[in-house]
Design a protein around this ligand. Structure first.
Ligand code: SF4
Length: 387
């Protein structure tokens, strides 16, 4: 069986070269060919000794992900659907802006966290991606874009691990992939320009601080534990106070002096002025006002979510409460929503092996039943008063 060289960070590639009886420094040359030049054929790697190229042909390969489809939005956003085998597909999105090019990368086929407002969460979980499958998304997008735009220099300036999946639940594949992104012999991205977004896997936030501290974004979405338990079920394991304390510890190693809190605005669910005031109270109770930034995300509705987008005036009013309290708050511009590439819309195609979909349906039915029961109870109470 041959090794897929996209699976290795530089250290891993050096160990692979040693196993072939080669000097470690050969790995740097090889690494540059793969990631900086996008080479796929060993015969193209002209400064490698012929004997090494022959060895590589029988022991290794560079396997990209097959592209199922590519869709381009009217705003220039590009979405790729990649085949990861066994009926699973993942999505990757490139978002061009005047001063940067951001790639949003998936870390899992599906996601087991099952957040209520997230299309991926509704699909269920199939499996973790390998390091090669994570890095192949960047490898493909970078070299496709360079060719397409006739550019020789880097096109992707920022990476956000905000695609399908909870990256910190795929930690062993994530960290080598991050190291490849940061390596000057590969993509050379600064730690500030690589963001891991998490729903709050507290122990792994601490490990990331030790192993590979990059920028951190936390999917908060709620102002109290009861609401967050419902929207982000992982909160039952790692409640808000624990999560915010983990963020405080992370700051010591973080490349930026702030952590971003993502807050998806859901009409009538988490978007009232009372919720905003509760957020302010929460932030103050954890002394987080000086080190957090809020990013309010207009919800992108999808079938079966049972949720709707907050009206713009509710988002602005929420934003004002936070800003007036001294919390830096922005409202995210939606991008690529005409091609279902906006935040929370990535669904790919997942063979659900964890029954999340069934649990979601049960949860929705329970909510509807509770709603009906409570309406009936209210009606009964009102009838009693009328009597
Ligand atoms: S928001 Fe993130 S963690 Fe939650 S279900 Fe979606 S992909 Fe998973």
């Amino acid at each position: 069986m041959t090794a897929n060289l996209l699976d290795y960070d530089l250290e891993g590639l050096a160990a692979f070269c040693e196993r072939l009886g080669e000097k470690r420094f050969r790995s740097t040359q090889l690494f540059r060919w793969i990631h900086q030049k996008g080479a796929i054929a060993f015969d193209d790697m002209s400064d490698l000794a012929k004997s090494l190229r022959e060895k590589l042909k029988t022991t290794a390969d560079i396997v990209a992900l097959p592209v199922i489809s590519q869709t381009i939005s009217s705003d220039g956003t590009i979405k790729w659907l990649f085949d990861v085998g066994a009926g699973n597909a993942i999505e990757t999105v490139f978002i061009p802006e005047d001063d940067r090019g951001t790639l949003c990368i998936s870390s899992q086929a599906g996601c087991a966290v099952a957040c209520r407002f997230c299309s991926t969460g509704h699909q269920g979980f199939s499996r973790n991606l390998t390091t090669a499958e994570i890095i192949a998304q960047l490898w493909y997008a970078e070299h496709f874009l360079r060719k397409h735009l006739s550019r020789t220099e880097r096109v992707i300036s920022n990476v956000v691990m905000m695609g399908m999946g909870e990256p910190l639940q795929n930690y062993s594949s994530l960290v080598p992939a991050l190291r490849v992104m940061l390596d000057d012999n590969a993509y050379g991205l600064s730690r500030r320009r690589v963001t891991v977004s998490t729903s709050g896997v507290v122990p792994m936030i601490d490990r990331l601080a030790q192993d590979c501290p990059v920028a951190l974004a936390v999917s908060l979405h709620a102002s109290n534990d009861a609401l967050r338990n419902d929207l982000v079920p992982l909160n039952r394991k790692y409640p808000l106070a624990e999560l915010l304390q983990a963020c405080t510890r992370y700051l010591v190693a973080a490349p930026r002096d702030f952590i971003t809190f993502e807050y998806c605005m859901l009409d009538g669910v988490n978007d009232s002025l009372q919720h905003a005031q509760e957020v302010v109270k929460l932030v103050r109770s954890q002394h987080a006002g000086s080190w957090c930034k809020f990013n309010l995300i207009p919800f992108n509705p999808f079938p079966l979510s049972g949720l709707t987008r907050s009206p713009p005036e509710a988002v602005s009013a929420f934003c004002k409460v936070l800003s007036d309290a001294g919390i830096v708050t922005t409202i995210r511009k939606t991008r690529g929503d005409d091609i279902d590439a906006a935040c929370g819309q990535l669904a790919g195609d997942v063979r659900d092996r964890t029954d999340v979909q069934r649990r979601m349906i049960i949860r929705r039915s329970t909510e509807i039943t509770n709603q009906v029961n409570s309406n009936t109870a209210t009606a009964v109470r009102e009838d009693a008063f009328n009597d």
